[in-house]
Design a protein around this ligand. Structure first.
Ligand SMILES: *[C@@H]1O[C@H](CO)[C@@H](O)[C@H](O)[C@H]1NC(C)=O
Ligand SMILES: *[C@@H]1O[C@H](CO)[C@@H](O)[C@H](O)[C@H]1NC(C)=O
Ligand SMILES: *[C@@H]1O[C@H](CO)[C@@H](O)[C@H](O)[C@H]1NC(C)=O
Ligand SMILES: *[C@@H]1O[C@H](CO)[C@@H](O)[C@H](O)[C@H]1NC(C)=O
Ligand SMILES: *[C@@H]1O[C@H](CO)[C@@H](O)[C@H](O)[C@H]1NC(C)=O
Ligand SMILES: *[C@@H]1O[C@H](CO)[C@@H](O)[C@H](O)[C@H]1NC(C)=O
Ligand SMILES: [Ca+2]
Ligand SMILES: [Ca+2]
Ligand SMILES: [Ca+2]
Ligand SMILES: [Ca+2]
Length: 603
């Protein structure tokens, strides 16, 4: 027994080495010029590719993901388009023509430089049509598909799995732009049904497309300069009807980008908004706070922005800067305990040196009212990236279900992409779910899949589905988590096309996983932990026909159990062998002495 314990100790010690590390060369292989702008699986090989902006915001390129290092590489036939006269402001991958292959929407402005903050200039929208392995760059930069004010939100207005856009046209009217299968026919523009005149949309905005009232129909969350509006989605016209308004938190001069997170892990989305109580004379943030909207009121989560040395930090905000011209939060479960954590970029007051930190979701100690959770800044969680980072976003580099980070370092003059491997040994389980459009393409149904096999493509990134799970914890409590898939797309929100739920240490199966979209839903029961689930919701209105493909990754705990078991078996075999040998020796002796006795008796 002691031997087994020692053995387990050694194994645990070996795996407990905390190897949190900088894996930039292993990921980018020396090419760190590209600034991450969006994620999506461009070539349908089930690995998430990274869309980057480079050449001083004049070019967009796709870095294809591979299973071997370097993990992100430029394609042999470069998937790259240049906009020589404009400035790229966002990149949104999605299928804009229903051929099941990913296209890329790029928005630009005609402003000359990054410092040009003229917000009245029009946003130009281009669609770069994608084939499985190539990208058709736009030939005419002077004739964008759409011109609008502010960036669009990618959504699906009519549930046909073809991405549509929501935004504000040149007359500042709220519009939906509907794309169809025929690329040559211009998209149709439908004004938002409304009977009173409303405020214009805020710029930058944090509009979101997600289900807020649990009817599996994605709703619309709209941001305006003074408030938020909730519009409920419907299957029939009018597609969206106004429901209610949420006033911005009081006493806040600056409102950052809102985010929807299941903070308390109770199966409903909370609206989380970073705010600043004051604005410094240079426009920067002062008096940072994290607010959450719960049961009709704003609650300050009382995040402590003072580090161990007593320095006070703020959300970093600088007009005209890359990534930090708005306050953006990104959520994901970093430590796999089920509670979604947050990445944010902060800076000390009056110090122009941004730094991204992990805000861990922890139990609230005091001052959160009825709210049970809060966030604690983990000052060293992302070390060695500790001296200047403009942006950090979650990404799963090795498809092992543990969220790593993709970062952009900034030393005052240069931006560079970086990669951080989250190898703190949480030894926890996860479940990863990705919902695709489910569209197929007759002309290229088969492609080379991940394991050399020919696998069908089932379409691409889909905004709007809601994904939830129910499970029983080791303590016997019921746990219910929910997450929207790709609810936001503009302003480098960098949403992942999949959701990873941390499950903590659990020996149990996940009771159920439910995926809902377009007023339909399907529930899968008894899912093995550490499964990666790809959901193909087709046909949309026949949920019982939806398919799910499961890939199972054995957890470290299971591997350790197997190793320990093998060791125990080996040891038992040895012990049995030794005993057996001893017994035989004794038998021999006995027989010898018996024969002696026999002799003796015979005499
Ligand atoms: C790209 O453009 C060429 C020439 O116009 C066309 O033949 C091809 O089908 C296009 N490919 C895609 C993916 O749109
Ligand atoms: C607008 O429509 C809503 C419901 O669709 C209705 O409740 C409201 O009274 C209408 N407002 C006006 C000014 O007509
Ligand atoms: C819709 O409005 C009602 C009444 O104002 C409110 O109670 C409800 O929470 C709103 N629904 C959503 C999803 O915000
Ligand atoms: C969902 O479908 C049901 C049945 O077809 C219908 O009664 C309901 O109104 C639909 N919900 C929405 C939000 O469209
Ligand atoms: C951090 O970077 C700044 C330049 O951006 C440099 O001056 C400083 O020495 C660096 N500090 C450390 C500890 O590396
Ligand atoms: C920032 O990094 C670039 C490239 O590594 C280097 O050329 C430049 O001197 C650095 N600037 C500062 C202020 O350290
Ligand atoms: Ca397409
Ligand atoms: Ca559509
Ligand atoms: Ca809804
Ligand atoms: Ca967590």
């Amino acid at each position: 027994m002691k031997g087994i314990r020692t053995f387990i100790c050694v194994v645990t010690m070996l795996t407990l080495r905390t190897l949190a590390s900088d894996i930039t060369p292993l990921v980018f292989g020396g090419f760190t010029e590209g600034m991450p702008a969006a994620f999506g699986d461009f070539n349908s090989d089930e690995l998430t590719d990274v869309f980057v902006v480079l050449e001083n915001n004049k070019a967009v390129e796709i870095l294809l993901a591979h299973e071997e290092e370097p993990l992100l590489r430029q394609a042999k036939d470069r998937l790259r388009c240049v906009f020589s006269n404009s400035h790229i402001t966002s990149v949104v991958p999605g299928d804009f023509d229903g051929d099941a292959l990913m296209d890329v929407m790029v928005t630009t402005t005609f402003k000359r430089t990054e410092q040009d903050t003229d917000t009245t200039s029009l946003t130009n929208v281009y669609i770069l049509w994608g084939g499985a392995n190539h990208l058709n760059c736009t030939t005419d930069e002077d004739s964008p598909v759409i011109q609008m004010i502010g960036q669009p939100l990618a959504m699906d207005y009519n549930q046909d799995m073809i991405i549509d856009l929501f935004g504000q046209n040149k007359k500042k009217e709220r519009m939906f732009w509907i794309f169809n299968k025929d690329r040559s026919v211009a998209h149709t523009a439908i004004p938002m049904y409304d009977n009173i005149s409303r405020e214009e949309l805020s710029r930058p905005h944090a509009h979101a497309f997600l289900d807020l009232n649990h009817d599996y129909m994605a709703d619309l969350f709209i941001t305006t300069p003074t408030q938020f509006e909730v519009w409920l989605g419907h299957e029939n016209e009018p597609k969206f009807t106004y429901n209610n308004t949420i006033k911005h938190p009081e006493n806040s001069k600056i409102i950052g980008q809102s985010l929807f997170v299941d903070v308390e892990l109770k199966g409903s989305m909370d609206l989380v908004t970073p705010v600043c109580a004051e604005q410094q004379s240079n426009g920067n943030c002062k008096g940072a706070a994290l607010m959450v909207y719960s049961e009709g009121q704003w609650i300050n989560l009382q995040v402590n922005f003072k580090d161990d040395a007593g320095n006070l930090w703020q959300f970093y905000l600088k007009q005209g800067s890359r990534y930090t011209n708005v306050i953006t939060l990104r959520s994901g479960d970093f430590n796999m305990d089920g509670y979604p954590d947050i990445l944010a970029t902060l800076a000390q007051e009056n110090v122009d040196h941004p730094q991204s930190f992990l805000l861990e979701n922890v139990a609230c100690q005091s001052g959160c009212g009825k709210f049970k959770r809060s966030y604690a800044i983990k000052w060293t969680a992302l070390s060695p990236f500790r001296n200047g980072t403009a942006m950090a976003a979650f990404f799963d580099f090795y498809q092992d279900g543990i969220l790593d980070c993709i970062l952009v370092t900034y030393n005052g003059t240069h931006y560079q992409a970086g990669a951080f491997k989250n190898s703190l040994d949480y030894d926890a389980n996860f479940i990863k779910v990705m919902v695709l459009t489910g569209l197929t393409n007759k002309h290229s149904q088969m492609i080379n899949g991940r394991v050399g096999k020919k696998r069908r493509t089932y379409g691409t990134n889909l905004p709007g589905p809601s994904i939830s799970y129910k499970t029983t914890t080791q303590e016997g409590n019921l746990r219910h988590g929910v997450s929207p898939q790709m609810p936001q797309s503009a302003h480098f929100s960098l949403n992942l096309p999949y959701t990873i739920f941390g499950l903590g240490r659990t020996p149990n199966f996940v009771d159920s996983v439910t995926v809902g979209l377009s007023n339909n839903s399907r529930c899968w029961t008894q899912i093995i932990p550490n499964s990666q689930m790809v959901v193909i919701p087709w046909p949309v209105n026949q949920a019982w026909k939806w398919k799910a493909q499961l890939f199972v990754t054995p957890s470290k705990l299971i591997l350790m159990s197997v190793a320990a078991l093998t060791a125990v078996c080996g040891m038992i075999t040895v012990i049995i062998g030794v005993l057996h040998w001893k017994e035989r020796q004794e038998d021999k002796k006995e027989r010898l002495s018996e024969s002696h006795r026999f002799h003796f008796d015979a005499m």
